[in-house]
Design a binder for this molecule. Sequence first.
Ligand code: DOR
Ligand code: ZN
Ligand code: ZN
Length: 420
Amino acid sequence: MIFKNADVVLAGGVERLDIRVEGGKIAELAPKLKGEGVDCTGLTVFPAFIDMHVHLREPGFEKKEDIESGSRAAVRGGFSQICCMPNTKPVIDNKVVVTYIKARAKEVGLCKVQPIGAITAGQEGKNLSSIGAMKAAGIVALSEDGKSVVSTGLMANAMMYAADFGLKCLCHCEDSSLVDGGVVNEGYYSTLTGLKGSIRAAEDIIIAREICLAESLSLPVHICHVSTYSGVQLIREAKARGVQVTAETCPHYFTLTDEVIANFDTNTKVNPPIREERDRLAIIEGLKDGTLDCIVTDHAPHHEDDKNVEYNLAAFGISGLETSFALSYTQLVKGGELTLPALARAMSKNPADILGLEGGEIAVGKVADLTFVDLNEQWTVDPKQFASKGKNTPFAGRAVYGRVKRTVVDGEVKYEEKRK
Ligand code: DOR
Ligand code: ZN
Ligand code: ZN
């Protein structure tokens, strides 16, 4: 298979090239290859996106999402590979659940699904999960996502065990005694709405704790969904002194501020909460200077029943797989903050490197995971069109640029937009 005349996003820039795919790999990459092929004039090709932070909800919460609907949403969003968080029912804390998810994902056969194991059994914060057995069954990382490991001693142990198995801990940073039932960022808009606020320190204290552990133990740690300006600064300073810390953020943290809660739309309820302009700008700075390595979705699909309730009772989370690229491209590249290669690093290369996954680069010999995008196409976010069961997005009605046209996984077309 040859893709012709595409604008290919390489590490150093964008070049008009043909791509020949053979045996699931990129076999040739050069201008004007011989032979027939698919004309891709007008399309830009990225190394397919890799989302290292997704909630697929299966097993246990299939009303919200399942492996099939989540995989469909992923390829529709341009992702060839997604890593799924363990807060399912049962929790991903043993090899049986890991094996089930991998088998089901293979059966669905759309994108690669990489399970993440819980740090503690049942995510109860008491005893470590069966880390070695889960590693043997194929987990790519550990996380307690949804909450933090409360005991610092247990977290230190987890980091040491994880390292013994070549795994990293992906840390959701939240001191629940400080959050104390808060549902939004504490500030002007929490006062205006009367919704209970949560201060930045609730996130920052655990970011600082995980950095201290990584530094003292000389081990790596990864910080999930950074939302505060002060958290960005903690990570920047830690990186500057050589701490092995990496970090991610999500599109909602660099596109929205907490004024969106003023109409009590529960689709804006997410954990950590959407914060203020100062935070939003610092997150963009963090992406620009490499303090924040990755853009992830924290795809958290919920059923209407979980969201169509009063704000305090609504579930936290945003369905993100099908808007992530367009929001990121529109806000960051069209906004003049990042180049296309820098966006490709944040959405593909860096997640691959952090977790040791294949992909992340378009080069001869690499896996043929490719995402074809029309950067000039403007479209309007319409959750009714989502393949995900989760229609919960605060971006409904928003005009964005950059439409995913085709997603190729291991050399096979797994998504192609229907002609209009
Ligand atoms: O908003 C969120 N939703 N934050 C989390 O940490 C968990 C996630 C979920 O599982 O719904
Ligand atoms: Zn989280
Ligand atoms: Zn999450």
